[in-house]
Write a protein that binds this ligand. Structure first.
Ligand SMILES: NC(=O)CC[C@H](N)C(=O)O
Length: 276
């Protein structure tokens, strides 16, 4: 592979925000960010092996039919890559095992949990143990949320975030739920619940609507796996990379960078330091 840091954004079957995700990767410091249709990957034209950072974006995969991202999770788990004899999921596992990074945003987070990539408590990235389901309020939520960061987390994307970040959510199925109490306990004790919906001072996780827009268990908004290299979150970091995207930018003094940019900067730095 070249000495350039390379990000890939997978699109198709109902994704959106791919242009924003690729822009955030470039702004964060990646030398290249390629937007690839899932068909180009399944046809073997583009290989995940040629990239360091995989982005699974937001959207409405298969129209959210069968539950958000469920059909795509089944497709990606079972589909073969043309001309190679291997299943696409083998490319995913090789990607993970070679120390690379994956970020799933919103529909991409839903896809990661439904494929089993997160939280992957025992290092098994293909068994589903948690889900994201219909918001408690019964409606789509489109609003900005305060996300308290867990500073004890192994997550590589959140290094240097002091208290929390402010990002928009746009989803109908963002309620995080675990299959058993043991799962949530292990997520908590491993500091894998990287972001929690909180009050505006990032002091305490909140179960109150609308601070917590969906009723997520333990107010979980984002998760990482035990390696810290795989992360998913319901809010959209790519939607706040510059201060003019903030809802009150004409009235408040804000730094140039939007809060979401930090995740992409950290990813680019990690790749430069560990994978090139
Ligand atoms: N913005 C998104 O990615 C939406 C995610 C998903 N389709 C939902 O509504 O829950």
């Amino acid at each position: 592979m070249s000495d350039k840091s390379r990000a890939i954004v997978i699109t198709g079957n109902g994704t959106n925000c791919e242009t924003e995700a690729a822009h955030a990767c470039r702004l964060g410091g990646f030398d290249e960010a390629v937007i690839a249709h899932i068909a180009e990957i399944l046809s073997g034209e583009i290989r995940l092996d040629d990239f360091h950072f995989l982005n699974l974006t937001g959207g409405f995969l298969d129209g959210d039919d069968l539950g958000s991202a469920k059909a795509q999770a089944n497709r990606l788990t079972n589909a073969k890559v043309a001309g190679t004899g291997e299943r696409l999921v083998e490319q995913f596992i090789r990607f993970i095992d070679s120390g690379k990074l994956i970020l799933g945003v919103c529909n991409g987070f839903q896809l990661m949990v439904k494929m089993g990539m997160l939280p992957a408590l025992d290092g098994d990235h293909l068994s589903q143990t948690v889900t994201l389901t219909h918001n408690d309020c019964g409606r789509f939520q489109d609003r900005w949320c305060y996300l308290k960061v867990d500073q004890g987390s192994p997550c590589i994307f959140t290094k240097g975030i002091e208290k929390g970040i402010y990002l928009p959510v746009r989803h109908g199925e963002g309620k995080f739920l675990c299959n058993t109490t043991e799962t949530i306990e292990r997520i908590e004790s491993g500091h894998l619940a990287v972001f929690k919906y909180s009050d505006e001072n990032y002091e305490a996780p909140s179960m109150d609507f609308p601070l917590n827009p969906n009723g997520s268990q333990n107010a979980v908004a984002g998760l990482c796996d035990p390696t810290g290299r795989l992360m998913g979150l319901m809010p959209h970091p790519e939607a706040f990379v510059h201060y003019t995207q903030h809802p009150r930018w004409t009235r408040e003094e804000l730094p140039e960078d939007g809060d979401g940019l930090m995740l992409y900067r950290n990813a680019a730095e990690y790749v430069r330091n560990n994978l090139l």
